[in-house]
Design a binder for this molecule. Structure first.
Ligand SMILES: Nc1ncnc2c1ncn2[C@@H]1O[C@H](COP(=O)(O)OP(=O)(O)OP(=O)(O)O)[C@@H](O)[C@H]1O
Ligand SMILES: [Mg+2]
Length: 249
């Protein structure tokens, strides 16, 4: 379970997230939607403590951290063990092969020997359809392939929650499709996923829960069916933009 209680976050005196409370169940796929600047990335980064909220609390599984003072390194380490983040821009190590990228973290954190980490990396790269590209460097991989390596790397630390910040928005449509395929597989395996995306088909068909942020507040938290049929003005305005984009092409 991932629980956020009354979380607030400001940058330079400007409050970005206001009193966010959420409870996500294990095995669920949650899609976070909202207009640009509504705080989606900031919220995701708070879940992984890449940002430190000023107030509130975060619980993942049996560990809780309360915000308000300086966090100890130990509590940051403890909380980070529970989740792994996949970024829009992949962020692979350029001087490491796909295999080395995926095998690195479990060795650094002492969980696996080199041989075991490499064996796991081979299995994970096979799972994301890259068994033929294990020894390639990121520069020699397409964006879709790089993002699949990044997903395998996130899986390698066996996180409870996988966090994705617009994992496909740097990709052409056909490369987006191959990354979405991997996300759908993970969702069907009942992994716990939190995905910020503009892919409305994924949100509508794959998510168990939609969280809609507007102005740094949760303005919808419920089923995709409820979201996509909502007559709330802000939600309709948001969805209309996507309909316009589709019709324009
Ligand atoms: N490190 C930072 N310092 C100052 N302001 C920031 C920082 N990060 C984000 N912000 C501000 O916080 C607000 C929310 O940003 P955030 O990136 O979370 O939005 P978002 O919903 O992810 O938007 P997008 O859809 O464009 O990615 C924005 O006004 C942004 O300018
Ligand atoms: Mg963002």
């Amino acid at each position: 379970m991932l629980k956020v209680e009354s979380l607030s976050k400001s940058f330079g005196g400007q409050q970005i997230l206001h009193d966010i409370s959420l409870e996500l169940q294990d095995g669920e796929t949650t899609v976070i939607l909202g207009p640009s600047g509504s705080g989606k990335s900031t919220l995701l980064r708070c879940l992984n403590l890449l940002e430190t909220p000023e107030a509130g609390a975060l619980t993942i599984e049996s560990d809780t951290v309360r915000f308000g003072g300086k966090l100890t390194d130990e509590s940051v380490r403890t909380m980070r063990r529970h989740s792994a983040m996949v970024f829009q821009q992949f962020n692979l190590f350029p001087h490491y092969t796909a295999l080395q990228n995926v095998a690195l973290a479990p060795q650094l954190n002492g969980k696996l020997s080199k041989a075991a980490a490499e064996q796991q990396a081979r299995e994970l790269l096979t799972k994301v359809g890259l068994e033929h590209r294990m020894d390639a460097y990121p520069d020699h991989l397409s964006g879709g392939q790089q993002q699949r390596v990044a997903i395998a790397r996130a899986l390698a630390i066996s996180p409870d929650y996988l966090l994705f910040d617009e994992p496909t928005s740097a990709l052409d449509p056909e490369l987006e499709a191959e990354v979405i395929r991997v996300l759908v597989d993970l969702a069907r395996e009942n992994r716990s996923l939190v995905v910020v995306t503009h892919n409305m088909a994924f949100a509508q068909k794959v998510a168990d829960r939609i969280v809609f942020l507007a102005g740094g507040r949760v303005s919808y938290n419920g089923t995709p069916a409820g979201f996509f049929s909502s007559d709330d003005t802000r939600i309709r305005k948001f969805l209309n933009v996507y309909e316009l984009i589709e019709y324009k092409i």
